[in-house]
Write a protein that binds this ligand. Structure first.
Ligand code: MG
Length: 218
C-alpha cells in the first residue's frame, strides 16, 4: 500500500514522505513526562510502514511494549516550500485516520541515549491508515473529536482543539524544513491515553467527519 485514495472519487496519490509530529497535545506530553517543545518535534516513517484499513499489525520481536497513538492525518495535494498559515489548508487534499504505532520500550532506550527514534516508530505496519475524505468533508480540522478503542474499551478520547499547533501552523512550519509534495502525509500528534497493545487486540480509531480505521494485532 503505497497509494492512498480520496473517498468518493477516482483520485489516488502515490505516497511520498510520511512526516509525524510529536508532542502536540499537552495532556500526552504530561503523561510521558516530556517537555513542551519550542520547535516542532518531527520524525518520518518510511512508506513500508503503511498498513491498510483492516490489516494486521506485526509487532517486532525486539519489543514487548507497543503503544497505539491515534492521530489526524493530512494528505498534501499541492506542494510548496515556506507555505504561509493563511494558504496552508489550500495545500491539503484530504484528511484521514492514522495510528502512529510506537515501540515505547525501544523509544525510551533511544531517547535516554539521545539517539533518533526511527526504528521504534517506522517498522513495517507501524502506520495503519484509512482512506482520505476530501477537505470539504471537514468543517474545521482544528475542532474534531478523536476516539480510540481497543477490544471495544475506550483508551483515547480527545479533540484536535487541544493541539498545541493548529493544522495551519503544522503545515507552515514543516514546509520551512522540508519541501512538501503531493502525496506527502502528515501525522499531527496524539492526545493522552496511549497504551500497550498485544496479540489479538482489535483497534478502532474514529475521527469525527473523517472516518474509521480498524486493525488487529497479529
Ligand atoms: Mg505520535
Amino acid at each position: 500500500m503505497h497509494q492512498v485514495r480520496i473517498t468518493g472519487s477516482e483520485t489516488t496519490y502515490n505516497v511520498g514522505k510520511i512526516i509525524c509530529l510529536g508532542r502536540n497535545y499537552l495532556d500526552h506530553i504530561r503523561e510521558l513526562g516530556n517537555k513542551v517543545p519550542d520547535r516542532a518535534v518531527l520524525f518520518c516513517k518510511p512508506t513500508t510502514s503503511l498498513l491498510e484499513n483492516g490489516g494486521l499489525i506485526e509487532i517486532p520481536s525486539y519489543s514487548s511494549n507497543c503503544h497505539h497513538e491515534l492521530e489526524l492525518a493530512l494528505l498534501v495535494g499541492r506542494g510548496g516550500k515556506n507555505i504561509s498559515q493563511d494558504t496552508a489548508l489550500s495545500h491539503l487534499a484530504g484528511y484521514g485516520v492514522a495510528i502512529d504505532l510506537t515501540l515505547r520500550d525501544l523509544q525510551d532506550e533511544l531517547k535516554s541515549k539521545g539517539l533518533p527514534w526511527e526504528i521504534a516508530k517506522g517498522f513495517d505496519t507501524s502506520c495503519p491508515l484509512s482512506d482520505f475524505v476530501p477537505v470539504t468533508a471537514v468543517d474545521n480540522p482544528n475542532n474534531i473529536q478523536l476516539t480510540m478503542t481497543v477490544n471495544g474499551e475506550l483508551r483515547q478520547q480527545g479533540t484536535t482543539a487541544q493541539m498545541m499547533r493548529s493544522v495551519e501552523e503544522i503545515v507552515a512550519e514543516i514546509s520551512t524544513y522540508f519541501t512538501l509534495e503531493p502525496g506527502d502525509i502528515i501525522l499531527t500528534g496524539t492526545p493522552a491515553g496511549v497504551s500497550r497493545i498485544v496479540s489479538g487486540d482489535k483497534l478502532q480509531g474514529d475521527i469525527e467527519q473523517v472516518g474509521s480505521l480498524q486493525v488487529t494485532v497479529a
